[in-house]
Design a protein around this ligand. Structure first.
Ligand code: ADE
Length: 242
């Protein structure tokens, strides 16, 4: 079973509408929607904004519901000029940029006795790229998919200096508010994960306005890509069993 998480209701709406939901379980103020989508068993939920919300949701998916993988989707701010609104970013690594033990000589993002960059599952990253290629062939899509480091923190980035810092310090291409927590929790339990983000804003002046304007349209783009991933999973499973 695949756990599909988004922070906001808008980001999850299409999944809820398209999936065949058979059961809803409430825990910790969260609603876990069980069902199938593109012939895959899934559990969907909106976790709310920020790292703690994402961590709680992810741990529950793992411990209580035994998911085999976690896919987190939503919007992100671009940290590099070549990323434009509507482009997709798939995490190869996630880092929590607001972890700061530099007073003890550590690097920004470094968690004692742990890593600084949490690696997403290469197979899921590959699946996202494959799904994107299949989609692009029949759609002539002007946007691009980029695999790169996603920087996570409990603040919405809307500041040019901050963009430069995130880019230089972490080599990050996009900023958001949950992926790093999902990455840490999944890595601690050795559960595969990937973060799929669509660029909604330039993370500079006016980012909040851009985010709000693009929210519904952007959610359609991540939904389409994840549908493609689920379809490929189902097709691969059929090839193995036949
Ligand atoms: N999600 C979308 N845009 C963002 C930004 N600029 N900062 C943090 N999270 C975001």
């Amino acid at each position: 079973m695949i756990g599909l998480i988004s922070a906001l209701e808008e980001e999850l709406l299409l999944f809820k509408n398209q999936a065949k939901i058979t059961e809803v379980v409430n825990q910790a103020g969260l609603k876990f929607h069980f069902g199938t989508l593109a012939e895959q068993k899934i559990v969907l939920l909106r976790c709310g904004v920020g790292k703690v919300n994402a961590a709680v949701a992810t741990q529950l998916l793992i411990d209580r519901f035994g998911v085999d993988a976690v896919v987190f989707s939503g919007l992100a701010g671009a940290l590099v000029p070549h990323l434009k609104r509507g482009d997709i970013v798939v995490s190869n690594y996630v880092v929590q940029h607001d972890i700061d033990l530099t007073a003890f000589g550590r690097r920004h993002g470094e968690i004692p006795d742990m890593t600084r960059l949490f690696e997403a599952d290469p197979k899921l990253v590959r699946l996202a790229s494959d799904a994107w290629e299949e989609k692009s062939i029949d759609e002539e899509s002007p946007s691009q998919l980029v695999v790169g480091t996603i920087a996570t923190g409990d603040s919405f980035v809307s500041d040019k200096e901050r963009i430069k810092w995130l880019q230089r310090e972490f080599g990050a291409v996009a900023a958001e508010m949950e992926g790093g927590a999902v990455g840490q929790v999944c890595s601690m339990s050795r559960v595969p994960f990937v973060i799929i983000r669509v660029i909604s804003d330039g993370a500079g002046d006016g980012a909040a306005g851009e985010f709000i304007m693009f929210l519904d349209q952007a959610s359609e783009l991540t939904f389409q890509l994840i549908m493609g991933m689920l379809k490929l999973m189902s097709a691969n499973q059929k090839t193995i069993t036949t």
